[in-house]
Write a protein that binds this ligand. Sequence first.
Ligand code: CMP
Length: 354
Amino acid sequence: MLDVLSILSGSDLFSGLSARSLERIANHLKPVRFDQDVVICREGDIGRTMYIIVSGSVSVSSDMGWGQRELDRKGPGSVFGEMALISNDVRSATVRTLESTECLQLDNESFDALLDKDLDLAQRIAKIMTRRFSTLVHKTSSELLGAYRALTFALANITESRDPETGAHLERTRNYCVLLAEALYREERYKGLITPQFIDGLYQATPLHDVGKVAIPDAILFKPEGLGPEEFEKMKIHTLIGASMMEKVIRQSGADLFKMAYRICLYHHEWWNGTGYPHGLAGENIPLEARIMALADVYDALLSRRVYKPAMAMREAADKIQHGAGVQFDPNMTLVMIANISRFEDVYLKYQDE
Ligand code: CMP
């Protein structure tokens, strides 16, 4: 004879309820037994019952588009099949027995009747479900965000396979960008334009600025002398290629991060006075993130040794940036950068090429 009350009080959903509530639930439960490898709930089906496992175990899995992925395994005391009942929707996952499994079954009508009669039970289930959902959402979104960030940086590092100097350059430029954006964030004129989300997006998206260079031939990318006019025209195309790569990504995921990366790839070589490339945009028509990137990119290029030029001293690089204010760079941003230049120098020294 099953001790239904002690199973209920040990279950993850019903533990802690009053003895009266537990007794009420127990009156509605029906024991059922499933053989090994039986699908009890099928994702997408209409669900009319929930289960409490008495003995045995089940696997919970979901169709991820590329195949089934196991989300969880549940054993004695665990409840499953409750989500379809609560949400009045189809099953959110497939539940299959891993071995012969005994359960207590509760049908939809009894569950609804219990909730109607027992306010205490309804409140408690609402609380438990809210906690379950928020943990699940938080876990899933932080996992997704982590994967997403790692992939973005991996994509940006594709250029490193062709140019080993790129890795440290990417770290430095993303940090210069964040430094500058944080300083601008404190200014009245950027209120509502530069937000913590914008700064976070900038940190993720700026490493993609030169991703279009993967399509530029080595003969141009690594030419020791300066580029001739024709070669320079070919080099300029990296902005368009990067933007078109981002466009393809945006078709799969419209996330703001990639929209920002698109604008950075396309416009980071535009000049404030309208003489940059590829479109000759001027002033504030150049997107904010691209104006920030332009300063970070040029500053780092000045400080770095290249096959065709030696590295510039820090003082000289700062002077050169200052001279570009209102010509190549947004004059206000340049002012803010120069006012904080020692912090940029710290970033340069911190992230050195290996
Ligand atoms: P329901 O949607 O009715 O049917 C499938 C059940 O699988 C669901 O209720 C929950 O009990 C369970 N389930 C769904 N997703 C998860 C998950 N991520 N972790 C644990 N159990 C889950």
